[in-house]
Design a protein around this ligand. Structure first.
Ligand code: AMP
Ligand code: MG
Length: 305
């Protein structure tokens, strides 16, 4: 296949080029510590609409707005004292806060898909941080994959899904965490709800009162490799590509040491391998439901749905 979207290194020159493309309303895939994001300027409707078009994303599934710092985030949403505490403790990092959107916030209507709330994050990845510094606007950035399919943790994953549909791919190597951010909604009362488990796993400091479903798309089939997925597998059938974990062997292994952080980092790469393999189906070893394993199992359940 002839590649149509340039893949360039996320160095100073690459970042300058990306910032120019974004300034003009273009679409740029960028590395973050979680997964690769598909960025567009969040203050322009046409730019944000083009994210939905490129991904084939339903227009009722809102986007996360990435900003350089807490001060900037506060110009777009109402931060209760509880939200401020969370942001101060965990930003920059893989935590997204869903907060009441400020009336008149200078953002495209489509970023929050008609909801009165806004999802905000200050990412930690040095390339994404440098890019946000170069841009004098915030960046809307969902995962850089076709809607519903496996999230990308490398520039090659992005190209496999979106080549020719976006302007540029910044290559910053494999993502360190490998799973999407944890999304926590902080209500005006201060009550906190985990809307999506993720890379940041809640400590006791987060009083989780319920796992509410708020945004459309949160329950739907997602992260799908395009073939049937069987969970809790110990031995593969003849027509299965086996993804192992710990002592359970496979065609690839999430972590031979049984390390959950490593498993999170490898998860999407292994699912991509399974999707490309000749086998008709994918089988996956059991993953413990502890720490980041909670988020891994959330993604696996949706991939298998
Ligand atoms: P992605 O970056 O592709 O994982 O998609 C962003 C996620 O953030 C989606 O699952 C959305 O449902 C969620 N999200 C974005 N904005 C909001 C919001 N205002 N309320 C609840 N969830 C949101
Ligand atoms: Mg996504």
């Amino acid at each position: 296949m002839v590649s149509k979207t340039p893949i360039i290194a996320a160095d100073a020159k690459g970042l300058e080029r990306a910032a120019r493309a974004l300034e003009q309303g273009g679409l740029v895939a960028v590395p973050t510590e979680t997964v690769y994001g598909l960025a567009a300027r969040a203050d322009r409707d046409d730019a944000v609409q083009s994210i939905y078009r490129a991904k084939g994303r339903p227009d009722n599934n809102p986007l996360i707005v990435h900003v350089a710092c807490l001060d900037e985030a506060q110009s777009f949403a109402e931060f209760s004292p509880e939200a401020q505490t969370l942001a101060k403790q965990h930003w920059p990092g893989p935590l997204t806060l869903v907060l009441p959107r400020k009336a008149g916030a200078p953002l495209a209507h489509a970023v929050s898909a008609g909801l009165p709330t806004l999802a905000l994050r200050v990412p930690a990845h040095p390339a994404m941080r440098a890019l946000l510094k170069l841009c004098d606007f915030p960046l809307a950035a969902p995962s850089a994959n076709r809607s519903g399919f496996i999230s990308p943790t490398s520039a090659q994953h992005v190209a496999a899904s979106l080549d020719g549909r976006i302007d540029l791919i910044l290559d910053g190597g494999p993502c360190e965490t490998g799973l999407e951010s944890t999304i926590i909604a902080v209500r005006e009362s201060g009550r906190q709800e985990i809307l999506r488990p993720g890379a940041f796993f809640a400590e006791q400091s987060v009083a989780v009162t319920s796992a509410g479903i708020e945004a459309p798309g949160q329950l739907s089939r997602h992260y799908a490799p395009g073939k049937p997925v069987r969970l809790f597998a110990k031995v593969p059938a003849d027509d299965e590509f086996m993804i192992g974990f710990g002592p359970i062997k496979g065609d690839c292994n999430l972590s031979e040491d049984g390390d959950l952080s490593q498993a999170a980092q490898q998860l999407y790469a292994c699912l991509h391998l399974g999707a490309l393999a000749g086998a008709a189906r994918i089988a996956i070893a059991p993953i413990p439901e502890t720490d980041i394993g909670v988020a891994i199992n959330d993604r696996l359940r949706r991939a298998a749905r």
